[in-house]
Design a protein around this ligand. Structure first.
Ligand code: GTA
Length: 150
């Protein structure tokens, strides 16, 4: 079956500000990469749970848990590296939106893991989006970091 993922502009709405290259290079990486980013995870979800769910799309080469850069504990995202592009596309098609630890996870194409990308980039150590969140989310540390400081 022909790939549904040919138009790079439709692959991902996320643009990594730290990608060092042109927009063309970024799009080429998204089209050929065998890495997915998984977002909206609970801080309590383990690598074993990620392994079990994501192996339904294909054989996994490696999982890298996203960590708070201060506490070094999981902060709600990870990268899953596959061997094949077809399996990578299946993970985006079939696993995105499914429930893991009571939460709908988001599976996004990623341009490729590099050392350093496992750390949250927020000022408090976790993900940027958890700094600005104003809701109470028990699976992700309660209130957002800025609200907690008030
Ligand atoms: N492939 O969607 C993604 C994705 N995200 C969200 C993070 N990563 C992703 N990769 C893919 N797709 O390696 C990767 C990053 C990095 C790691 C941790 O996860 O490439 P991070 O989440 O801590 O920081 O990254 P990132 O991605 O640099 O954050 P960004 O883009 O500034 O902001 C993310 C969201 O935070 C925004 O979309 C917005 O919802 C919210 N936000 C940012 N600034 C504000 C603000 N001033 N006010 C309100 N909300 C804000």
């Amino acid at each position: 079956m022909a790939s549904l993922f040919k138009d790079p502009s439709k692959l991902s709405v996320y643009r990594d500000r730290r990608f060092q290259g042109t927009q063309d290079e970024f799009e080429h990486a998204l089209l050929s990469s065998t890495t997915v980013y998984v977002g909206n995870m609970s801080f309590y979800t383990t690598e074993e749970q990620v392994y079990e769910l994501f192996s339904r799309a294909g054989e996994i080469k490696k999982i890298i848990m996203g960590l708070d850069k201060n506490s070094k504990t999981p902060c709600g995202f990870c990268f899953v590296l596959y061997y094949s592009r077809e399996d990578t596309e299946d993970a985006v098609k079939f696993i995105s939106g499914t429930i893991l630890d009571d939460r709908p996870i988001r599976v996004d194409f990623d341009w490729g893991f590099q050392d350093g990308r496992q750390w949250g980039r927020g000022r408090s150590g976790g993900q940027v989006r958890d700094e600005y969140r104003t809701d109470y989310d028990p699976g992700r540390g309660g209130y957002g970091k800025l609200v907690q400081k008030e």
